[in-house]
Design a protein around this ligand. Structure first.
Ligand SMILES: Cc1cc2nc3c(=O)[nH]c(=O)nc-3n(C[C@H](O)[C@H](O)[C@H](O)COP(=O)(O)OP(=O)(O)OC[C@H]3O[C@@H](n4cnc5c(N)ncnc54)[C@H](O)[C@@H]3O)c2cc1C
Length: 252
């Protein structure tokens, strides 16, 4: 089946969905296609801390109500080093700005509802996505669903399918510019079902490396510590993980 639209958007993450919503507000039609199911994108716990510009943007496009009602505003963070904690009062230092803890999958739920309510189609569970005729003024996206082939002809393609998606590698090599930095450390991240261990977001540096105590909701907590890029999850027992957090956050 062939379809025509102004902007064909690949990927229903925050970027693709927000793009579709903002285009609608400008009177520009689009179609979104997504590899995963709606349940999967609305149920996967990823990020959680929204910086002030992100909150401001979501409010500007009419998506701030639930975020303000259910999100947790943090007016400061704590930096821990040398055995001491130092409160950084973001609110006071930035003329009233703050960050809000509101999980990304909740942002996704708000965006999916808004995009569908706008009348913008989102096709979930697509496979075999490929981009064509990118150097023409009528690029196309091809994909399959349930074994049937589809094609979207558009004026523009929004490649919002992340680092591993097909869009990045479809940009002709002659015009593609990539910027990257490889750090000599990786993050060991955990999600645990428990109330917050601290009312604050704590960024801790110690001789053992960095650790971050963050949160997602009153019942789900997110924590990270810096680890060797070759570390294997199986080498970290639950006891060892908690001992590492305690050691990195200890007040000497
Ligand atoms: C553990 C973790 C914690 C994080 N914490 C924070 C935080 O606290 N604050 C913050 O601001 N950011 C945080 N981030 C970063 C944030 O999650 C990303 O910046 C954000 O998800 C990027 O959005 P995106 O829409 O560009 O890409 P993505 O969220 O990656 O969305 C891309 C979408 O494209 C879809 N897709 C991929 N391939 C295809 C294909 N072939 N066809 C169709 N669809 C496809 C994917 O299924 C996905 O839905 C965190 C990330 C992780 C992993």
């Amino acid at each position: 089946m062939a379809l025509k639209t102004r902007v064909g958007i690949i990927g229903a993450g925050p970027a693709g969905l927000l793009l579709a919503h903002m285009l609608h507000l400008e009177g520009i039609e689009s179609v979104v296609i997504e590899r995963q199911t709606r349940e999967a994108i609305e149920g996967t716990i990823k990020s959680g801390v929204l910086e002030h510009p992100a909150v401001e943007l979501l409010e500007q496009v009419g998506l701030g109500a639930r975020l303000r009602r259910e999100g947790f505003e943090h007016r400061g963070i704590e930096l821990a080093f040398g055995g001491q904690r130092h409160r950084i009062d973001l609110h006071e230092l930035t003329d009233g700005k703050s960050i809000v803890v509101y999980p990304q999958h909740e942002v996704i739920k708000d965006l999916v509802s808004a995009v569908l309510a706008n009348g913008t189609p989102i096709e979930f569970g697509v496979c075999d996505v490929s981009l064509h005729d990118l150097e023409s003024d009528r690029p196309a996206i091809r994909y399959t669903t349930d074994g049937a082939e589809h094609e979207i002809h558009c004026d523009f393609i929004g490649g919002c399918d992340g680092f591993h998606g097909p869009s990045r590698m479809s940009i002709p090599a002659a015009v593609r510019k990539e910027h990257g930095k490889v750090y000599p450390a990786a993050w060991f991240g955990i999600l645990c079902q428990a109330p917050p261990s601290s009312g604050k977001l704590i960024y801790a540096q110690s001789e053992r490396g960095f650790a971050l105590i963050s949160t997602r909701s009153p019942t789900v907590q997110r924590m990270y510590f810096q680890c060797d890029p070759d570390a294997r999850v199986d080498d970290w027992s639950e006891d060892r993980i908690w001992a590492e957090f305690r050691a990195r956050l200890a007040n000497e």
